[in-house]
Design a protein around this ligand. Sequence first.
Ligand SMILES: Nc1ncnc2c1ncn2[C@@H]1O[C@H](COP(=O)(O)OP(=O)(O)OP(=O)(O)O)[C@@H](O)[C@H]1O
Length: 324
Amino acid sequence: MKDTSHSGPAVEAVDLHRRYGPTGPGGFDAVRGLDLTVRRGELFALLGTNGAGKTSTMELLEGLAAPTGGQVRVLGHDPHRERTAVRPRIGIMLQEGGFPGDLTVTETCRGWAGLTSGARPVGEALDLVGLGGRAGVRVKQLSGGERRRLDLAVALLGRPEVLFLDEPSTGLDPEARAAVWRLVRTLREDGTTVLLTTHYLEEAEELADRLAIMHAGRIAATGTVSEVIAGRPAKIAFELPERCGPYEAIGLPALPAADITADGRRITVRTPQLQADLTDLLGWAAHHGVALGGLEARSATLEEAFLAIAAEAAATPETIGSPR
Ligand SMILES: Nc1ncnc2c1ncn2[C@@H]1O[C@H](COP(=O)(O)OP(=O)(O)OP(=O)(O)O)[C@@H](O)[C@H]1O
């Protein structure tokens, strides 16, 4: 029977470190003092630039490797040392499942189901990921996207309380990706805690209750999507009519908080006060009878926040760090 007595966070990491290779020269610190809490029933996305340390972190949280320093708790247990307590309650979708190519889809799932207590029927797991029609096909004959879905089916066999998904939709076409998003949402609605890594920012925007952006082994920003983009400049863009002449000469309103750039007649305003500056611009345009062509005005996107946070983190000396 599953132990559901633990009422704390689903996943908790405190001052987590992971070093590859020896202490001192020749070693590399991939995770450098990471703190992370994933609440029960939450969908949490771990984002980061290439090499930020997402997979290295996930492997520690999944119990597949021991940390060099710090602590991990999954459902109240150390996932590495107390593997037998944790493993039956979690599902893991690695970046590459690496299943033998000569087995069929069903044989692969049956093999895993045999090692899993209380496994759901293989056909049900395959239907969940849309592979029901490919049950008799050999793994080596599956497309890349179908293999990703098989990885997901295997992760779901044990009806996990906590599901770790490492880049679940990489290699999927847009339709298959949308299907995986629907499935992940359903699992979350049923109470499954999901921790996923992704390079697709729209995936995090669509799915995540909260997210963290990693850089160089640390968390550079964390919160809800709105919290992470809050304070990032909004964008107003428009094109001036030809009769206005060069941008410098036309006397746009001052907008002291904004950063204004011109590319020919196309003007881009980046501002922390979208409503006030837009009001000033529209008032100015109405007063002078100027039509602002292709006008767009919007808050910062997660992508803009991500790029800015990664650039800031890269420019901050202590985030670059030196080997421990
Ligand atoms: N076995 C290893 N030995 C030495 N260095 C490693 C090893 N595995 C990973 N690294 C290094 O650790 C850093 C973090 O790698 P990791 O795969 O965790 O990053 P990631 O954020 O998952 O990257 P990506 O987005 O490219 O998958 C990288 O610089 C990588 O080269």
